[in-house]
Design a protein around this ligand. Structure first.
Ligand code: FAD
Length: 304
């Protein structure tokens, strides 16, 4: 990322919210469930699956956590009602992980019961390192209660601990989404070098595939997409063994190419009123951020 883009990234927290909203629009389906349903219908019509995320994290009250849990259950109902090719992704701090782990586990179980009744699947997202142990613990508790086929977890290739975690999850036959990781972690616990993260990603992917785990290959990085495609070919995997996963609004041409090549592909589709934290994370990853921010400012001025 050049210096100009870095400057824009570091000033993002001072950027007026309406400009952030304008630039971040591409990453969010909208504020309402109906927006997510309509976005997923469009994705499905292009042969792309979805995972719907109700935006929100780090809730501090039981009321907020319960409301988020109910919103997740509503998503599962909407998926069934509209016959969408989609599942659900959920962050545990959104449903009470930092309030009370038992309460959070009960909330996940409510969501998983709804998913099981609808023959659907729930992916538990991974948050920053302060949540890793607790997220894995809740995942394991609900997985043993629900038999394992309708819940999966996420592993971040930038964490030094992930190789050990992946070996254990592989032995358990877990369904794992593998991503690089988005939170700003310290070098004591995380690889910071791009090449090292890529190498670890490929190492973890091989461990999971060799253990015959189902894997969600979540990346937009050509180096990783190409490496994964080669491993898939070498191991003679079928499309049922894996899926590529991308974020809404990111690299739609590469996405279409993967679909044309016969790979299954799922798009992470967030919606909701709590769009700000998610959008800031996405904008910080965007290599063309300065251009987009200035375009949004210019368009705003023109509209006035
Ligand atoms: C489906 C999915 C689920 C995820 N779930 C989690 C999770 O649970 N926990 C977690 O910590 N992280 C999660 N992530 C985020 C992930 O960890 C990375 O931060 C993110 O995917 C960027 O890494 P990358 O592998 O795409 O490589 P990068 O090197 O960041 O990106 C490769 C290329 O993709 C393009 N690109 C990437 N991001 C953007 C953007 N925002 N805007 C425009 N272009 C972009 C650029 O061309 C870039 O050069 C998820 C990612 C995906 C795709």
């Amino acid at each position: 990322m050049n210096i100009f883009n870095q400057l824009v990234v570091s000033s993002l927290s001072f950027t007026p919210k309406f400009i952030v909203a304008k630039v971040a629009d591409r990453y969010i389906a909208g504020e309402h469930l109906a927006d997510a349903v309509s976005t997923v219908k469009q994705l499905n019509s292009k042969g792309v699956m979805a995972t719907i995320d109700v935006l929100g994290e780090d809730v501090t009250t039981r009321e907020e956590a319960t409301a988020s849990r109910d919103a997740c259950v509503n998503v599962l109902s909407a998926i069934a009602q509209h016959s969408l090719n989609a599942n659900l992704s959920v962050k545990l701090t959104q449903i009470g992980l930092k309030i009370d782990k038992e309460f959070c586990r009960e909330n996940v179980e409510t969501i998983l019961s709804a998913a099981r009744a609808a023959n659907n699947f729930v992916r538990i997202d991974m948050e920053d390192h302060t949540c890793t142990d607790d997220t894995l613990a809740v995942y394991r508790a609900v997985r043993s209660a629900f038999g394992g086929s309708n819940v999966g977890i996420v592993i971040q290739a930038y964490l030094r601990r992930s190789e050990d975690d992946v070996k254990t999850l592989a032995a358990e036959g877990a369904n794992v989404r593998l991503c690089k990781g988005i939170y700003n972690e310290s070098p004591a616990i995380a690889f910071k070098d791009r090449r090292e993260i890529q190498q670890n990603y490929i190492r973890l992917l091989k461990i999971l595939f060799n253990a015959k785990c189902r894997v969600g290959i979540a990346t937009h990085d050509d180096v990783l997409i190409d490496a994964a495609s080669q491993i898939i070919q070498d191991l003679h995997l079928t499309p049922q063994d894996y899926e590529f996963q991308m974020l809404l609004g990111v690299r739609s041409e590469r996405r279409a190419q993967l679909v044309r090549e016969g790979h299954r592909l799922r798009v992470y589709t967030p919606f909701g009123k709590q769009w700000y934290a998610y959008s800031i994370r996405r904008l910080k990853e965007n290599p063309q951020i300065a251009g987009y921010v200035f375009k949004a400012m210019f368009e705003t001025q023109r509209e006035k």
